[in-house]
Design a protein around this ligand. Structure first.
Ligand SMILES: *Cc1c(COP(=O)(O)O)cnc(C)c1O
Length: 360
């Protein structure tokens, strides 16, 4: 039986994609082998590598002056790669701290350069996005870094902030391809694949080409954007199978109608769940309403004991990995692109039953 997996990552993959992968598992496209066994220098793999980039460019309408890279080490590796590649002119960068990953990016930035935290929402346990205006950013900062969707705390930006010309870098790990974004509002976007795009092992980097040409000479070769650009992300052996699954996810997303169609579905799914929580008088979500994430929905019941019981009984009903992050407690439903609307319906039905059985 397939369960509804509400994990924050890795997340679900569409069943249609898994079935296609299974169909080609032992003999991919007439090659007589699985993509797992395939040379990354072979013709069929070169085709996959080219198609995955072309599909992402099309789905996100990525302008031609941006490079698209598929690299390893997770989004976390980009916490180091960003300062080492683009924080090299004045060795200064500004960070907005809106959650745990944003804070880790800031801390790693501070290892390599003069990193400033220009705004934070830690005073209210990251339940909102601080108001930003362009005077907050240092005019000579090499970049400004934000985390667009805060996976643990369930907040998201409503738009790219105005940084008065300071190149804007965004960690989009938990929302890439879930809603439309204007790529040219950003100088660099990065995202681990395992939430919305495919299996773990691949990180997408979308970077304006001019920014790839100023790496620190001491930047490790695997982190250097110019090296990955020159080698079409094939400098060393890439995670071929993960990249191939991403290609199937992107094909599927295109058939579905692309990112705008996906966004409508995601908005409908999230609204259903938030509306139920808000109307329940039993569950609550701590986030300021306008900043609520479309992807990660934290909520609590009236007590810690009931939260624990909820997580246990939900799993027995095929609603798994719904325990909240330890920094927030309670529950968190991660409802990425691949979570079907039927999964939201099943969750709400369970929540309602649980409420009836446990209300005084
Ligand atoms: C999951 C996540 C990360 C960490 O990703 P890894 O690929 O595990 O390094 C970083 N930032 C955000 C916003 C995330 O959701």
């Amino acid at each position: 039986m397939r369960v509804y997996n509400f994990s924050a990552g890795p997340g679900m993959l569409p069943i249609e994609v898994l079935n296609r992968v299974r169909a080609g598992l032992t003999d991919y496209d007439g090659s007589g082998m699985s993509v797992m066994e395939m040379s990354h220098r072979s013709k069929p793999y070169e085709k996959i590598n080219a198609e995955v980039e072309a599909l992402l460019r099309e789905l996100m309408a990525i302008p031609d002056d941006y490079d698209v890279l598929f690299v390893q080490g997770g989004a976390t590796n980009q916490f180091s790669a960003v300062p080492l590649n683009i924080g090299t002119v004045n060795r200064k960068a500004d960070y907005v701290v809106t959650g745990n990953f944003a804070k880790n990016a800031f801390k790693e930035g501070a290892v390599h350069l003069d990193a400033a935290c220009v705004a934070s929402s830690e005073d209210k346990n990251f339940t909102y996005i601080p108001e930003l205006n362009k005077s907050m950013f240092r005019a000579d900062a090499d970049y400004a870094h934000i985390c667009y969707n805060n996976t643990i705390f369930g907040t998201r930006y409503l738009a790219a902030p105005d940084t008065a010309g300071v190149p804007l870098v965004a960690d989009m790990s938990s929302m890439i391809l879930s809603q439309e974004v204007n790529v040219s509002d950003f100088a660099l976007i990065y995202a681990g694949a395992q939430k919305n795009v495919g299996p773990a092992g691949v990180t997408i980097v979308i970077v304006r080409h001019d920014l790839t040409e100023r790496a620190d000479p001491k930047c490790p070769v695997m982190l250097r954007y110019d090296n990955q650009v020159k080698n079409k992300s094939l400098y060393n052996t890439p995670p071929c199978f993960s990249t191939y699954v991403i290609m199937e996810v992107l094909r599927y997303l295109k058939e579905l109608g692309g990112v705008s169609a996906m966004q409508k579905i995601n908005e409908r799914k999230a609204k259903k769940l938030y509306d139920y929580i808000d109307g329940s008088a039993f569950y609550s979500n701590p986030v300021q309403k306008q900043y609520r994430s479309l992807m990660n929905v934290p909520f609590v019941s009236p007590s810690k004991e009931l939260d624990d019981l909820f997580v246990k009984q939900a799993a027995e009903h095929g609603l798994v990995s719904i325990k909240g992050h330890r920094l927030v407690g309670g529950m968190r439903a991660s409802i990425y692109n691949a979570m079907p609307e039927a999964g939201i319906d099943a969750l709400i039905e369970f929540m309602d039953d649980f409420k009836k059985h446990n209300s005084k």
